[in-house]
Design a protein around this ligand. Structure first.
Ligand code: TYD
Length: 207
């Protein structure tokens, strides 16, 4: 079995840059790596993604949560599991922690044991071996996002939520990390690109 690594973090945290560098580094170490993301990185998921993010339709919170879970179950069974079974290391941009943060906390859904069970169930038995959380405050992230959007990068429907939503998402990641400190590693995303990458490599070296 390969290892399952997920990346989490708010917009502007440098997640995509760090994920790409990490994949390159793992490959340079001789690992066979599958790079993937949620929502949308399966043939069915490709159809689900615009339903969630384009803004053409606005799903009610329950529908939004269920669409993310549908995307995940399909992704795990058809993409992630087959790769892990052939010994690949799977590096996934966002996973269940994003659902906890954006849907449960961001949308202020009632956090019940039933809902938690459903989130587990949608993982189809695939829990990350390690999760890299790029920790950047909402204030610092907003500064970075403003300069990016001035550069023409498009924001999705969730990026455009108000500050209180992003604060709730941040607080959720913070508690997820504290409650799962074995699995979830907090990386200070205010550092330089090189220093963040060095911290990530130090974590993954232990795998
Ligand atoms: P995306 O454009 O893929 O990139 P980024 O991760 O860089 O933001 O955006 C995916 C969006 O979907 C992002 O705003 C977070 C959101 N999301 C959820 O709300 N719940 C989830 O379970 C997942 C996987 C993502």
């Amino acid at each position: 079995m390969g290892k399952f690594i997920t990346f989490e973090g708010g917009d502007g945290s440098g997640k995509t840059t760090q994920l790409l560098r990490t994949v390159d580094w793992l490959k340079s170490q001789g690992q066979d790596v599958l790079q993937t993301f949620e929502p949308g990185d399966s043939p069915l998921g490709k159809e689900i993604r615009p339903l969630l993010l384009s803004g053409e339709h606005v799903p009610v919170p329950a529908a939004e949560l269920l669409l993310f879970l549908a995307d995940r179950a399909q992704h795990v069974e058809t993409v992630i599991k087959p790769a892990l079974e052939t010994g690949k290391w799977v590096v996934c941009d966002r996973y269940t922690d994003s659902t906890l943060a954006y849907q449960l906390a961001g949308r202020a859904l009632q956090d019940t044991p039933q809902l938690r069970d459903m989130l587990k169930w949608a993982e189809c038995g695939c829990e990350p071996d390690v999760t890299i959380w790029l920790d950047l405050s909402v204030e610092d992230a907003a500064i970075r996002m403003a300069s990016r959007q001035a550069g023409g990068e498009a924001a999705n429907r969730l990026d455009e939520e108000k500050t209180s939503f992003h604060q709730a998402v941040y607080q959720a990641f913070d508690s997820i990390q504290k409650d799962n400190s074995q699995r979830v590693k907090r990386i200070d995303a205010r550092q330089s690109i090189e220093d963040v990458q060095a911290d990530i490599q130090a974590v993954l070296q232990n795998l």
